[in-house]
Write a protein that binds this ligand. Structure first.
Ligand SMILES: Nc1nc2c(ncn2[C@@H]2O[C@H](COP(=O)(O)OP(=O)(O)OP(=O)(O)O)[C@@H](O)[C@H]2O)c(=O)[nH]1
Ligand SMILES: Nc1nc2c(ncn2[C@@H]2O[C@H](COP(=O)(O)OP(=O)(O)OP(=O)(O)O)[C@@H](O)[C@H]2O)c(=O)[nH]1
Ligand SMILES: [Mg+2]
Ligand SMILES: [Mg+2]
Lengths: 279, 292
């Protein structure tokens, strides 16, 4: 789109708008970006479209780069990661991938089956846990999720595990009582260990549109989200909503999910992400 | 809200009379923003607004409405018309052992919707048979079987390592043997760009000749909705769509995008996690929601 020889004129601005909106960057963020670009183009008296590309990239990087902060284990054991998000985004699978990454490094990983609600959720995590070489803590279906989380933290601490990943049931951020349940689990963890959870990881689905921003805001308000995993980027969706999320919430962008296998987990890298937005 | 935005545009209009092109154009700018914020696809918005403009310009403003309200009414009516209006959205369940096949992206709600559909049909005197045809996702079979037992609907049990096409074939034979109808076939989530898995769906369709091939799509889907819908429609041929997770606060513009690009009716709405949370799709309520 922004190739050499192409002139900067009205049609180009519309094409750029289309590109950004179709990448789910959103109306407001797109308008802001294009305003900055138009102003710069005017100031520097730019003529060629190719001059716009580094400007546009640079502007998006200004927003995303500060949020580039890979997930790291804490010094004290275990690092506790509380995984949350709406229904079907990829929480359970993402936990499997993170577990696999760390067991592959020789770390001892535990997972907590705190989704005690959805049919076969515990079975699903059990299989993944086995494949990833992690230990699983579970209660029976229908048990109190906070009790599962509590038991798991107790066990992980007592037995010196490096990492504890807590799976939760998917829930829409609009359901107050379900959000309260998450807050309760967080409090229960804190009661047992002041610093727990070290990470509240929100999993977002790259195929979602503007609602992902609402999800991020709501989960953040309820739980203080400390990390984001954007998954299903192996599809055709671009996940441009991260620009608005980074801009408005400044939450660290940890992981990208790029497939359904244990290896399909990447660290968020701002440059690569911006390149992919325009590919 | 959109109505306030548009009232501002038409405040300068003295009296009633006809909607002028310049006023309509200005009003549609506000509508455009609303539709894009609602996740309606960029190109779909462009086409839609063109059609609305043609209808609106020169229209007589009704005595009971302000010009802004008139434009909103035209937009809303056009949205409803486009998304199926009062269209026939029944399920085609003709034939001896009809099959309803559910397809879609990962995590869109297919397995849950399969069970919801079974409960819906059971309540209407049918004897549905649930069939889990997802050999990839851990505990996918167990998930459908658990849901089936919750609602007292029989569920096929695939043999260890059984190929998907074999599952569908054997399940249909079993349904026929037990006089169960319809067969509700749950498939694995997949990407529309995964050629091998899309080919699997084609073979599955050839094997069981479903009366219904329904795309189960998440109401929160953004601009990507058109690529996904087109991908499944072109590879497989769809008879309809089920939009899930409408109990959230997503504006649901994906509904318009999907209908606009594949022209197949949205038959049902998933409105919750419980198995009774399935309703016929109402274009009028989603139109209001999209406009915000
Ligand atoms: N293509 C693709 N699929 C993914 C990715 N991550 C997860 N999935 C798939 O998405 C579907 C849902 O994943 P889950 O891990 O069950 O999602 P969840 O958030 O735990 O779902 P609930 O617990 O029901 O809310 C599964 O079919 C996964 O294989 C990804 O990065 N790419
Ligand atoms: N709130 C809400 N949740 C829903 C709805 N439909 C499905 N879900 C939830 O969405 C999540 C995913 O549902 P599944 O039925 O496992 O989705 P799927 O399409 O079969 O997933 P894959 O087989 O991995 O592709 C589960 O947590 C469901 O309970 C709905 O209408 N509303
Ligand atoms: Mg899960
Ligand atoms: Mg499923």
């Amino acid at each position: 789109l922004l190739r050499p020889g192409k002139a900067i004129e009205e049609g180009l601005w519309e094409e750029l708008e289309e590109l950004l909106i179709e990448a789910d960057v959103g109306v407001a963020a797109t308008q802001r970006l294009l305003e900055v670009l138009k102003e710069e183009a005017r100031r520097r008296d730019l003529k060629g479209a190719e001059d716009l590309y580094p400007l546009l990239k640079g502007e998006i990087l200004r927003t995303l780069k500060p949020c580039e902060a890979p997930f790291r284990l804490q010094k004290e054991r275990p690092t506790v990661v509380f995984v949350v998000g709406v229904n079907g985004v990829g929480k359970t699978t993402t936990i499997a991938k993170i577990a696999h990454r760390y067991t592959s490094q020789g770390r001892r990983v535990m997972v907590a089956a705190a989704d005690t609600f959805r049919a076969a959720a515990i079975d699903q995590l059990q299989i993944w846990s086995q494949r990833a070489g992690a230990q699983m803590v579970r209660h029976r279906e229908g048990a109190d999720p906070s009790a599962v989380a509590y038991d798991a933290l107790q066990a992980a601490s007592a037995r010196g595990y490096d990492l504890l990943l807590i799976d939760t049931a998917g829930r829409l951020h609009t359901k107050g009582d379900l959000m309260e349940e998450l807050k309760k689990t967080k409090r229960v963890l804190k009661k047992l260990k002041e610093e727990a959870p070290h990470e509240v990881l929100l999993v977002l689905d790259a195929t979602n549109g503007q609602n992902a921003l609402v999800q991020a805001k709501t989960f953040h308000q309820a739980l203080e989200v400390t990390g984001i995993a954007l998954v299903k980027l192996d599809g055709t969706a671009k996940g441009g909503i991260l620009v608005a999320i980074a801009e408005e919430l400044k939450i660290p962008l940890r992981f990208l999910g790029v497939g359904e296998g244990l290896e399909d987990l990447e660290d968020f890298e701002a440059e690569a992400f911006v390149e992919a937005l325009f590919s | 809200a959109l109505s306030e935005r548009l009232e501002g545009v038409f405040r300068k209009l003295r009296g009633k009379g006809k909607l002028r092109e310049t006023d309509v154009r200005e009003a549609l700018k506000g509508v455009r923003l609303a539709l894009l914020e609602a996740d309606v696809n960029y190109k779909v918005v462009k086409e839609f607004l063109k059609a609305v403009e043609e209808r609106a310009v020169g229209e007589e403003v009704m005595r009971s409405l302000t010009p802004a309200q008139q434009v909103i009414k035209i937009v809303r009516d056009e949205l409803i018309r486009l998304m199926g209006g009062e269209d026939h959205r029944e399920l085609d369940l003709k034939g001896p052992t009809p099959v309803v096949m559910l397809v879609g992206l990962q995590g869109s709600g297919k397995t849950t919707t399969a069970a919801k559909l079974a409960l819906w049909l059971k309540g209407r005197g049918k004897k549905p048979y649930l069939v889990p045809a997802d050999p990839y996702r851990p505990a996918a079979g167990e998930q459908l079987q658990r849901l089936a037992s919750q609602i007292g609907v029989p569920c096929y049990l695939p043999k260890e390592g059984e190929a998907v096409v074999e599952t569908a074939r054997r399940a249909r034979e079993e349904a026929s043997r037990q006089s169960l109808s319809p067969v509700i076939l749950d498939t694995a989530g997949r990407l529309h760009i995964d050629e091998a898995l899309m080919e699997e769906l084609v073979r599955l369709k050839e094997e069981v000749g479903p009366r219904e091939v329904l795309l189960v799509a998440d109401a929160m889907t953004g601009q990507d909705a058109v690529k996904v819908a087109r991908g499944f429609e072109e590879a497989l041929g769809l008879t309809g769509v089920i939009l899930t997770k409408l109990d959230g606060d997503a504006r649901g513009g994906a509904a318009l995008s999907i209908k606009a690009v594949i022209g197949k009716p949205i038959k049902f709405a998933g409105v919750g996690e419980r198995l009774d949370a399935l309703e016929p799709f109402h274009p009028s309520s989603i139109a209001s929601r999209i406009l915000g």
